[in-house]
Design a binder for this molecule. Structure first.
Ligand SMILES: [Fe+2]
Length: 262
């Protein structure tokens, strides 16, 4: 099944009408109307594709290194329309190699870290998240962006939640689904699929994940598991391009309500 997404926030807004349906139902209904556009993908606006007379992202070879993966993602996201299945499959084809990403993997004993790897020409952010034993995120949303999560070391647990229906009253949030994402597997997430929390369930092993967010964002909403109450949180980077981010300059804003990884 093809999953076409427009490169703007309209997608997630459109998906809301399918919020009662399963993941595959959402994909089917959302992207069917875009199918004919995919067949005429040469109109994506990418100069190379126009010259070749057809869109060539499906011709990309499997990335053998993280650098290859980044190069391929740049080509894919140069298009106006992005195929979610293709991105997910392309990221799956990269087989994690510690040598590729060790310079970005920065751990903190107190909380998990977000480490920027590539800014994707403004179309996406690629980052590596490092999870010490038993560290986890808050329950959070994704600011109408598309999230691809690939485990590159260890394994993580993903808990899915529905959006709270009533912001005035307090209701404990309980996961509707819990799953494990193993090394080299890729998960897709966006606001229309709900909320999630990611954690390293291991008390003996670290975990490392590679995340792609498109479009990039620097604020999301986090939720109190006990009450369902929500608040805005700035997303911050522990490091950028392998170098520690100066303290107090992580989010580009001075007033950080609460720094949250995602
Ligand atoms: Fe997330």
């Amino acid at each position: 099944m093809s999953e076409e997404i427009m490169y703007n926030q309209q997608v997630c807004e459109e998906q809301t009408k399918y919020s009662e349906n399963s993941d595959s139902d959402i994909s089917d209904k959302l992207f069917n109307e875009e199918m004919d556009i995919e067949e005429h993908d040469v109109n994506c606006g990418n100069e190379e594709c126009i010259l070749n007379g057809r869109c060539n992202t499906n011709d990309l070879p499997a990335p053998s290194t993280l650098s290859d993966l980044i190069d391929g993602l740049h080509k894919i996201f140069a298009h106006q329309k992005i195929n979610v299945d293709f991105v997910r499959n392309y990221m799956s084809m990269y087989k994690s190699n510690h040598r590729d990403w060790k310079k970005f993997a920065k751990f903190d004993q107190h909380r998990y870290t977000r480490n920027l790897v590539d800014e994707g020409n403004g179309r996406f952010n690629l980052m590596i998240l490092c999870w010490n034993e038993a560290q986890g995120s808050s329950i959070h949303s994704h600011a109408n962006s598309h999230c691809f999560l690939k485990v590159i070391d260890g394994a993580v647990e993903e808990e899915l939640f529905q959006w709270p229906t009533d912001s005035e009253s307090e209701h404990a949030m309980t996961p509707v689904q819990i799953g494990t994402v193993k090394r080299n597997e890729v998960k897709y997430m966006c606001d229309e699929l709900g909320l999630h929390r990611v954690s390293n369930p291991s008390h003996t092993d670290k975990a490392v994940t590679l995340h792609l967010y498109s479009p990039p964002f620097n604020e999301c909403t986090i939720f109190d598991e006990r009450t369902g109450h929500q608040q805005k949180a700035q997303t911050t980077f522990w490091s950028k391009f392998g170098k520690r981010t100066p303290f107090g300059k992580t989010g580009g804003q001075c007033t950080i309500i609460e720094a949250e990884n995602n």
